[in-house]
Design a protein. Structure first.
Length: 310
């Protein structure tokens, strides 16, 4: 197990190196530039700005300079559009908010999705199964840019139960987290419900479950010790990319509920061709993804004793 962990950790280095290298050149090959949308500048001013940010250098030299700063100092560079701010500062300010929102939403989706999937499998072909699967289908089918305004209309404007926008640092406090987290969790809840149901049905038909029942074990013991544990493997596999996506992909939710997260910077940096900010958000997203996949690999052996990394 120890050797596997070391090998997997070492494999993250070339993976991240390839991601950063590929992203660096692809971003700069796209049409336009960080200052192309500015008002028309004199050639002298434009040359000074390009020289200030080293954009007048050959691309390979820019790449080596960027990688040197990144590896030695962890410096993601200055933001071209958010003057007087570095990419590290912008991500450092926004990433914790996205993490709070994303982790809360994923926990909601995991707990309720697993429970709903288990109930649907145990009550297969009953009204409970059909109802839960219908809700799961709706959760996947309806986009968040439709769900979010409807949630605001109902719970904030009509019922006045929750604030329509804001963040936990405001006067409303943690209540501002409820609606964006529940809304963001909806598609992930739906996917986890469907995965859990399919996996539980498969495990219920396996030989070791029938053997457990034959030994006279209680139904609750069989369900939680054998069935649920074995059926969580597909869900755990899904959680790796889901976590990265839910943290950095909550752009619509952050816009509707005015959450000061990283998704807002990701969209604006792409529109403004802010090279360093785009690359910084890509690095953060990729790092979260590879780390979560690494954690998922470790969880496999804990959930299923048949899996060994020796």
């Amino acid at each position: 197990m120890g050797k596997f962990i070391v090998k997997r950790l070492l494999s993250l280095i070339p993976t991240m190196f390839l991601i950063v290298t590929f992203s660096f050149f692809v971003i700069r090959l796209a049409p336009g530039g960080p200052f192309s949308s500015e008002r028309k500048m004199t050639p002298e001013v434009e040359r000074n700005i390009m020289h200030k940010y080293h954009l007048d250098e050959p691309m390979i030299k820019q790449y080596l300079r960027y990688m040197g700063e990144l590896i030695t100092k962890g410096d993601l560079g200055p933001s071209y559009k958010n003057k007087d701010y570095t990419v590290n500062q912008l991500i450092g300010q926004s990433m914790p908010n996205s993490m709070i929102l994303g982790v809360t939403a994923l926990l909601i989706a995991l707990v309720f999705g697993t429970l709903a999937g288990l109930i649907a499998a145990l009550k297969q072909n009953s009204w409970a199964d059909y109802t839960l699967m219908s809700l799961a289908s709706l959760g996947i089918s309806i986009p968040l840019f439709v769900v979010a305004p409807i949630a605001v209309l109902i719970f904030a404007m009509k019922l006045h139960w929750l604030p329509s926008s804001g963040w936990i640092t405001s006067r409303a406090g943690l209540t501002t987290l409820i609606m964006p987290a529940m809304t963001l969790a909806l598609p992930y809840f739906s996917s986890i419900t469907r995965l859990t149901r399919a996996s539980v049905l498969e495990v219920l038909r396996s030989d070791y479950v029938r053997t457990a029942y034959a030994k006279g074990l209680k139904k609750s013991t069989v369900l939680f010790r054998h069935v649920l544990r074995g059926s969580l493997l597909p869900v755990v596999t899904y959680l790796g990319p889901a976590f990265a996506g839910i943290v950095t992909g909550s752009v619509v939710i952050e816009q509707v509920f005015l959450v000061p997260g990283i998704g807002n910077y990701f969209v604006k940096s792409a529109l403004n061709r802010d090279y360093t900010l785009i690359l910084g958000t890509v690095i953060v997203y990729s790092l979260i993804l590879v780390i979560m996949n690494f954690i998922v690999d470790l969880l496999y052996s804990l959930l299923d004793p048949r899996i060994s990394y020796q």
